[in-house]
Design a protein around this ligand. Structure first.
Ligand code: PLP
Length: 413
């Protein structure tokens, strides 16, 4: 006789099975699929032409240098992280000649990648900022509303994307932010907006800046793709430098997950641009009180790798070339997918695929079309129709194009 599985009373009996994260869940489903033709364009991670995860050569080189440096040890970092890393990160995003940096008005702390940086910033705002509401764009990265809510802020939204033009709804954005109360926090994607791939133009950024500063709002930049949008680190920092250079205050969360390929190393920084040097010092003392009970001090390895790359001219130049290569490959995938759909005569205007920038294309595929493509072709896409262009290759573009063509022509919108 088979024995019953052991089951003892549990204090957690009442728990319901929680839903899988919508983005991570796509990768879980992909991993379980035994099909040899399966393709994952749901996850926001860069893949090389062979479809494999990519570790930049400069990261390997930096790791070798660190490994061979026997003077290194495993002591705790300060609560604010590796000072070389935070200094170089601030220079990377604000620029070498940034007035805010020269005036020592910026407090930068090392955090756990982009997510951790946003979370620490959100916790700080919930505790110390007069306004407890943050406005986030619609749509936005799925984790944003949760991060701010659990930190204790109320989350409201502003119009961002126009599904008719598949571009920015600039009028809608200005209208909604104009109608929002003065002083609130406004979350902005520094570049390569996720999931739409649609960014404001330089003039539009200036209009947004005028409105935000006019209403004394606090801009909070999420910068997860510096160098990925255009291939150029300076160009992709335009929006942040515009705001950081006008004398006002702002928060910036940086991630090195994508641009340095350090995803799982969790390397990021939170910068708080303050009104004066003395405020920045007090802000730093207070942010330490937020970090200490959360995770005490950040991890050593990834930040040391990033600091080695950022602080060595030769490695830095090599990294810049690599970034350009990654951005160019993504742009090439956009062109190929666009051409492949046009060649098939797929109904609809697909020009947004080449107009949008960054890692993702917000294709406009419906939930039903995405489900059809996954079911019939084993191609994994997030339900909102967001395709990671970085997950494609010359070999896989025709397969995706064929799947989209059949989905669009056979599945009702
Ligand atoms: C817009 C945006 N912000 C932040 C992140 C955070 O990434 P990480 O925590 O891995 O740095 C991501 C990752 O996909 C993102 O797309």
């Amino acid at each position: 006789m088979e024995s019953e599985p052991i089951s003892s009373p549990s204090a957690f009996q009442h728990l319901m099975q929680a839903p899988e994260d919508p983005i991570i869940g796509v990768t879980t489903a992909f991993s379980k699929d035994p099909s040899p033709v399966k393709l994952n364009v749901g996850v926001g991670a860069y893949r090389c032409e062979e479809g494999k995860p990519y570790v930049p050569q400069v990261v390997r080189e930096a790791e070798l240098r660190l490994l061979n440096d026997l003077s290194r040890n495993k002591e705790y970092l300060p609560i604010t992280g590796n000072p070389q890393f935070t200094g170089l990160s601030a220079k990377l995003i604000f620029g070498e000649d940034s007035p805010a940096l020269n005036q020592k008005r910026v407090c930068t702390v090392q955090c756990l990648s982009g997510t951790g940086s946003i979370r620490v910033g959100a916790e700080f705002l919930a505790k110390h900022y007069a306004h407890k509401t943050v406005y986030i764009p619609i749509p936005t990265w799925g984790n944003h509303p949760t991060i701010f809510t659990v930190a204790g802020l109320e989350v409201k939204s502003y119009t961002y994307y126009d599904s008719n033009t598949r571009g920015l709804d600039y009028e809608g954005l200005l209208r909604d932010l104009n109608a929002a109360p003065s002083g609130v926090v406004v979350l902005l994607h520094a570049c390569a907006h996720n999931p739409t791939g649609v960014d404001p133009t330089a003039d539009q950024w200036k209009g947004i800046q005028k409105l935000i500063r006019g209403k004394n709002m606090l801009p909070f930049f999420d910068c997860a793709y510096q160098g990925f949008a255009s291939g150029n680190l300076i160009k992709d920092a335009f929006s942040v430098r515009l705001f950081a250079g006008d004398g006002g205050e702002c928060f910036v969360a940086q991630s090195y997950a994508k641009n340095m390929g350090l995803y799982g190393e969790r390397v990021g920084a939170l910068s708080m641009v303050c009104g004066s040097e003395s405020v920045a010092k007090r802000v730093e003392s207070q942010v330490k009180l937020i970090i200490r009970p959360l995770y005490s001090t950040p991890p050593i390895h990834g930040a040391a790798v990033a600091a080695t790359v950022l602080g060595d001219r030769e490695l830095f130049n090599e990294w810049k070339a690599d970034l350009q290569g990654m951005a160019d490959r993504i742009i090439h995938m956009r062109q190929l997918l666009h051409e492949a759909l046009k060649a098939r005569g797929t109904p609809g205007d697909w020009s947004h695929i080449i107009k949008q920038i960054g890692m993702f294309s917000f294709t406009g595929l419906t939930k039903e079309q995405v489900a059809f493509i996954t079911d019939k072709f084993h191609i994994y896409i997030t339900f909102d129709g967001r395709v990671s262009m970085a997950g494609l290759s010359v070999k896989t573009v025709p397969y995706l194009a064929e799947a989209i063509h059949i989905a669009v022509t056979t599945v009702l919108e």
